[in-house]
Design a protein around this ligand. Structure first.
Ligand code: ADP
Length: 397
């Protein structure tokens, strides 16, 4: 069974085709600049040369048509016909409080995704466009929505509520939803399998550290808290997002600079975090290089990120009354030994003891804690596409 995984943005579609018999990726690629001059499809078959097509793609339907043509092409295609694509799994950002699991898409699901547009104004409309385009170009193929928020729906009210007037929750649906759920679910389950322990027996903190970063507390396989909130802005400092701050700062900036609320919102989402602190880069590889060259602001940015992560780990260990397992994943978590080393330093009170040599390993899933560490510290490669494909398969097989 082959599953097409779609991650649709407002002007882009990223995709993978996964053969679920052996979970191999038989093709992947992306379409950029949909509806903008210079539309481009880059298609990489599992083996063979990438195929690049530059032609006008005015909307997502046109993009999907070119994508499917590439998948079934005689030369660079990977399937004989569209009948060999058995289902489509869509990454959908916001499922609000309605979806605690993935679902087969029908009219009611599409309507709900639409209803949650105010909560995911950039992503949900794009995700819907991807769904509708697929329905149009491959009618009859089952489609599944896999929500970034779903895994976090098990949080108790004390974790997901904000201490605002209660009507903000009942009328405006303001609460913590959390994001990166597909990744947190995948790595928290994978680490249990990897350690040979049932997920139900583990208290785990999962640190998804990429351009966007979030940290989750997973008790017995269920998410009980997570660092991102109503939107992905809350939590630790990220590539360009501020993470937590005193909400009064927003009004203060507006009064002092004359910036509008949209400008301040843009500042918090696009001009803050590593980029804002260093003034030059949102990319942790560049921040690290600058810090090594003696750039004090880059060093401060790293210090602040590490400190924020430590506080979440400590807080979540307290919330769960214990910690068995600490997971690092995503671009920074998987690849940056110095960040892991610093996060785990001076955490022996909590039972975290790193093995410095193991921590320098690269690639795959691996344990980085010392043999006598009470808490197992593990690097797990996240794979959101595979997770989406698995959930899709479960629902359609
Ligand atoms: P996204 O949230 O966009 O999926 P990633 O998970 O790819 O982001 O993480 C990107 C971050 O990881 C950047 O800060 C980057 O510097 C850092 N990073 C470090 N090493 C690597 C690597 N080998 N590949 C990709 N990103 C890396």
């Amino acid at each position: 069974m082959n599953i097409l995984v779609i991650n649709a943005g407002s002007s882009s579609i990223k995709y993978q085709v996964i053969n679920m018999d052996d979970e191999s990726v038989i093709a992947k690629g992306q379409i950029e600049r949909i509806g903008i001059p210079g539309s481009k499809l880059t298609h990489k078959p599992g083996s063979g040369e990438p195929f690049v097509l530059e032609t006008d793609m005015p909307d997502h339907v046109a993009g999907m048509q070119h994508l499917l043509a590439a998948l079934t092409d005689e030369k660079h295609g990977v399937v004989k016909s569209l009948d060999d694509i058995h289902a489509v799994g869509h990454r959908v950002l916001h499922g609000g409080s309605k979806f605690s699991a993935s679902v087969v898409i029908d009219d009611a699901v599409k309507q709900a995704i639409e209803e949650y547009i105010p909560l995911g104004p950039l992503h949900n409309p794009a995700n819907l466009m991807g769904i509708k385009a697929c329905e149009k170009v491959m009618p009859g193929t089952p489609q599944v929505a896999v929500f970034d928020t779903a895994f976090h729906q098990t949080m108790p009210p004390k974790a997901f509520m904000y201490a605002l007037p209660y009507e903000c929750y009942t009328d405006l649906k303001i609460r913590r939803y959390g994001f990166h759920g597909t990744s947190h679910r995948y790595v928290s389950k994978r680490v249990a399998d990897f350690l040979g322990v049932p997920a139900s027996a583990l208290k785990t903190v999962t640190c998804h550290l990429g351009n966007g970063s979030s940290i989750s507390a997973v008790d017995g396989g269920k998410c009980v808290d997570t660092s991102m909130g109503l939107t992905p802005l809350e939590g630790v400092p990220m590539g360009t997002r501020s993470g937590n701050l005193d909400p009064a700062i927003i009004q203060f900036i507006m009064q002092r600079t004359g910036k509008s609320i949209d400008e301040v919102n843009n500042m918090l989402n696009k001009e803050s975090g590593l980029l804002g602190l260093t003034g030059v880069t949102s990319d942790m590889r560049d921040v690290t290089a600058a810090a090594n060259d003696g750039n004090e602001r880059a060093q401060l940015a790293i210090d602040m990120l590490v400190y924020a992560i430590k506080k979440y780990i400590g807080g979540y260990a307290a919330a769960m009354n214990g910690l068995d397992c600490l997971v690092f994943t995503a671009g920074i978590g998987e690849n940056m030994a110095h960040i892991r080393r610093r996060v785990c330093a001076d955490m022996d009170f909590l039972g975290i003891k790193l093995d410095e040599a193991k921590n320098e390993h690269r690639g795959g899933d691996f344990v980085i804690s010392a043999d006598d560490s009470k808490v197992k510290v593990v690097v797990i490669e996240t794979n959101e596409e595979l997770a989406i494909a698995r959930e899709t398969l479960d629902l359609v097989k």
